[in-house]
Design a binder for this molecule. Sequence first.
Ligand SMILES: *[C@@H]1O[C@H](CO)[C@@H](O)[C@H](O)[C@H]1NC(C)=O
Ligand SMILES: *[C@@H]1O[C@H](CO)[C@@H](O)[C@H](O)[C@H]1NC(C)=O
Ligand SMILES: *[C@@H]1O[C@H](CO)[C@@H](O)[C@H](O)[C@H]1NC(C)=O
Ligand SMILES: *[C@@H]1O[C@H](CO)[C@@H](O)[C@H](O)[C@H]1NC(C)=O
Ligand SMILES: *[C@@H]1O[C@H](CO)[C@@H](O)[C@H](O)[C@H]1NC(C)=O
Ligand SMILES: *[C@@H]1O[C@H](CO)[C@@H](O)[C@H](O)[C@H]1NC(C)=O
Ligand SMILES: *[C@@H]1O[C@H](CO)[C@@H](O)[C@H](O)[C@H]1NC(C)=O
Ligand SMILES: *[C@@H]1O[C@H](CO)[C@@H](O)[C@H](O)[C@H]1NC(C)=O
Ligand SMILES: *[C@@H]1O[C@H](CO)[C@@H](O)[C@H](O)[C@H]1NC(C)=O
Ligand SMILES: *[C@@H]1O[C@H](CO)[C@@H](O)[C@H](O)[C@H]1NC(C)=O
Length: 452
Amino acid sequence: MLLLLFRVAVAAALVIVAPVIAVPHPTRWLLSARSHWVDLWTAQPSPAAGSLTGPFNTTAGILVNSTIRQTLRVTLDAPAIRIRVSNNFGNQALNITRMTVGYPGQSLDPNATGTSTGTGSPFVQTDSLQSVTFSGNQSISLPDGALGVSDPISLPVNSQSQISISIYLATGQGGSNITGHLTSQTTSWFGFGDQTEAYNITGGNVLAANQWYFLSAVEGWLGPESSSFAIVGDSITDGVGTTVNANNRWTDQLLERIQSEGDGTARNVAIANEAWNGNKVLLDGSGASGISRIERDVLAQSGVAYAMIFEGVNDMGHADNTVEAQQKIYDSLVQAYSQMITRMHTFGIPVFGATITPFNGPNYNVTLGKYSGNIREQYRQKINDWIRSSGKYDYVVDFDAVVRNNSAPYQINATLGIGDYLHFNPTGYKLMAEAFDLTVFSRFVGGVDGYE
Ligand SMILES: *[C@@H]1O[C@H](CO)[C@@H](O)[C@H](O)[C@H]1NC(C)=O
Ligand SMILES: *[C@@H]1O[C@H](CO)[C@@H](O)[C@H](O)[C@H]1NC(C)=O
Ligand SMILES: *[C@@H]1O[C@H](CO)[C@@H](O)[C@H](O)[C@H]1NC(C)=O
Ligand SMILES: *[C@@H]1O[C@H](CO)[C@@H](O)[C@H](O)[C@H]1NC(C)=O
Ligand SMILES: *[C@@H]1O[C@H](CO)[C@@H](O)[C@H](O)[C@H]1NC(C)=O
Ligand SMILES: *[C@@H]1O[C@H](CO)[C@@H](O)[C@H](O)[C@H]1NC(C)=O
Ligand SMILES: *[C@@H]1O[C@H](CO)[C@@H](O)[C@H](O)[C@H]1NC(C)=O
Ligand SMILES: *[C@@H]1O[C@H](CO)[C@@H](O)[C@H](O)[C@H]1NC(C)=O
Ligand SMILES: *[C@@H]1O[C@H](CO)[C@@H](O)[C@H](O)[C@H]1NC(C)=O
Ligand SMILES: *[C@@H]1O[C@H](CO)[C@@H](O)[C@H](O)[C@H]1NC(C)=O
């Protein structure tokens, strides 16, 4: 009891002196003035069994003697990068034979305009190509569950520009499971043989598929003023409803706002989109549950100084439309959100929340909106009240308020949706990006107290 009183007193004293001590409980790397690695791009690794058919998945293995070329968009300027490769969900070793990185050529997809021009391109600017090595070796064997990180690569990148990564697997991966990210909204290219240095992916069996495999992060080498903002989310953050190869997820549109309208602090913030289509807070199934992946997707990521939780809709939608079931989900969500926040606060990371957006069809018609339910709606309101007013989050963006139908607030505004009464079109995602307060980055630049 005495100890508790003492800690409360210390906490109270800290609150009072906080404005004097500019950096009360900073994340570890902020303690020094040194450069550090910062996530410039992420894809949440998830099980991707069943995603590859045809010649790239045979009884001899998956992606045997194959090259995958993938493009992705980085979120800050950096003079050097490195790449993380994940075998989180394979059940056998992932043997990377050779890997290169460079700048892509023009995309074949007319959707890829503006800063997205290279998105989904099968072409690479060959004079920009660099070998990717792992502790000095071109090859690496990653046992199931393991993560590989490349050596630093001096490939300068600009915020919102594309890079192209080519991976060759001579033997392929054994077993039926691989690690991937199936809602990439970006076209990847598959071809036979080692094409890691080829301008184009060619051959008789070339496959284009909107999926990413193995890549889990690209990091930039940056000064202490730069950091990353990790967002733990579901399909709405993963980009269901966005335009393939156009990078118009709400997080992409937030990045564009940060870069054009943000203050000096905000403009040094990269975005790490840690979302997965179908993800739940409480249960595995579509990726690992939110509560179980905080360590991997936020705390073990490079340079994360801000985080956000925006999920829960799939927990509510998959539970029965009864008071009993929804009350149980509500109680568990409140506890799980609090647990996730506490763990991130331990590292001084401020955690932002967002209200759950409407998911009902007109008149709660389940044919039109699969999660429709009047009791679910009562509990959506209840959990949103908690998200807004519990004080657990350091900042809350009210996405519900900006996308709901003002005359029938239990539904999304149909002009912002894609017809399933759940996901948004790029205009809906734009309103979400616009609702985000860009001053929160400077407000929390020193991190937060980690007491709870
Ligand atoms: C490869 O094909 C097998 C058999 O169809 C399937 O069970 C497995 O999930 C597939 N693997 C991938 C990575 O798609
Ligand atoms: C492999 O994938 C299958 C199908 O998705 C799944 O049932 C199984 O649990 C996975 N195994 C591992 C080790 O991840
Ligand atoms: C890495 O390369 C060095 C030098 O070529 C070689 O001696 C070593 O065996 C390689 N390591 C692995 C794990 O292949
Ligand atoms: C991958 O490498 C490991 C370690 O060298 C080896 O045991 C395994 O057989 C290799 N897998 C394939 C598909 O060749
Ligand atoms: C790998 O694929 C290339 C291109 O199809 C082919 O030329 C080569 O013979 C293959 N290598 C092996 C070992 O099968
Ligand atoms: C790229 O390769 C594809 C085959 O995959 C071929 O159809 C296309 O013409 C090639 N394009 C260029 C510009 O080389
Ligand atoms: C362009 O985006 C739309 C909407 O996401 C998608 O259906 C289409 O496949 C994309 N690519 C092309 C080549 O049209
Ligand atoms: C629900 O919507 C479907 C599809 O528009 C329609 O056929 C059905 O009649 C609706 N159900 C009710 C109860 O209105
Ligand atoms: C739907 O959204 C549009 C665009 O923001 C807005 O003009 C309109 O008033 C909204 N309608 C309703 C019913 O909320
Ligand atoms: C708003 O909801 C009302 C009632 O369901 C509906 O008539 C109207 O079309 C909806 N408007 C939009 C923009 O979704």
